[in-house]
Design a protein around this ligand. Structure first.
Ligand code: ATP
Length: 266
């Protein structure tokens, strides 16, 4: 389907088309389409832009990723379909390993996702021959690689489910989630919840990684200064501010200054 650029929901419709195409190609599970809808609803509430608190979390995430000993990015079907290229670029910038981990796992789907990531330039993608298990997880999601997620110190888990985020945190890993739902168990359990849309978040984190790679002092300052609970409180305050404006009749899509969101607000 050709979506006209002038359509007010152009980007959202393009994402849906990407997901449906990826579902037809055996990359996305049908359940992934439903999970996407939940994310879209939250993005409406946030005004479809990165909030100031999300930027703060993205910068902290970048600081943890560049200073990690063994950083790994976990990829599922939706992440591959919507942000595959962004993941590969971020992994190169850090540099980090990529591991495919699926809730609805099939060997065929893992292979297809690995191939897609390789087309975007990824090398040595893990996921096909897992040789370890994450303790405390009954499902096939527990399957992992010793040289990947199992022994990682910092794991980026975009669009994760709460059980695995919790299990990874129990292993004392720094868990960075990307999830538009601040109330999901994932956002509640992860060490650094990034409450933002997947591709916006990946691009922002990559930009911050490039800035921070050569600035260890700033990395240390960010690691010290990031306060998870305060940041989530700022996310809720932001939502409240949005809803107050809507209550007062300010149009939903009007977010003056959103591109200039200050990093000092939280
Ligand atoms: P949990 O188990 O953590 O409580 P859940 O049951 O909602 O969460 P999933 O069904 O796996 O978990 O959904 C994945 C999450 O990803 C949802 O919370 C949804 O809001 C979020 N999400 C979906 N699409 C996007 C996207 N493009 N960007 C950011 N977040 C998204």
């Amino acid at each position: 389907m050709k979506i006209p650029r002038s359509h007010p929901r152009y980007e959202s419709l393009v994402r849906r088309e990407q997901l449906v195409r990826a579902w037809k190609e055996g990359i996305v599970a049908p359940e992934g389409l439903i999970a996407h809808g939940r994310g879209e609803a939250w993005d409406y509430l946030f005004g479809e832009g990165t909030s100031a608190p999300a930027l703060v979390a993205e910068r902290a995430a970048a600081a943890y990723l560049v200073s990690a000993r063994r950083p790994v990015i976990s990829v599922n079907g939706n992440v591959a379909a919507l942000g595959g290229r962004d993941v590969v670029q971020l992994a190169k910038a850090i540099p980090a390993r990529i591991e495919v981990n699926l809730f609805h796992r099939s060997e065929d789907r893992v292979k297809r996702i690995v191939r897609l990531l390789e087309r975007f330039g990824a090398k040595d993608v893990l996921g096909l021959r897992p040789n370890a298990r994450i303790p405390g997880l009954a499902s096939r999601r527990a399957l992992s690689h010793r040289e990947g997620i199992f022994s990682a110190d910092v794991v980026l888990v975009p669009l994760e489910d709460g059980d695995r985020a919790e299990a990874l945190a129990r292993m004392k890993k720094t868990v960075i989630s990307i999830d538009l739902n601040p109330l999901s168990r994932t956002s509640q359990r992860s060490t650094i919840p990034v409450v933002d849309e997947l591709s916006r978040a990946l691009k922002n984190i990559e930009k911050f990684v490039k800035e921070l790679r050569s600035d260890p002092k700033e990395v240390a300052r960010l690691r010290r200064g990031y306060a998870r609970a305060d940041n989530l409180r700022a996310v809720y305050s932001f939502l409240q501010w949005r809803l107050d404006r809507l209550r007062r009749g300010v149009p939903a899509r009007s977010r003056p200054g959103r591109k200039r969101a200050s990093l000092r607000k939280t």
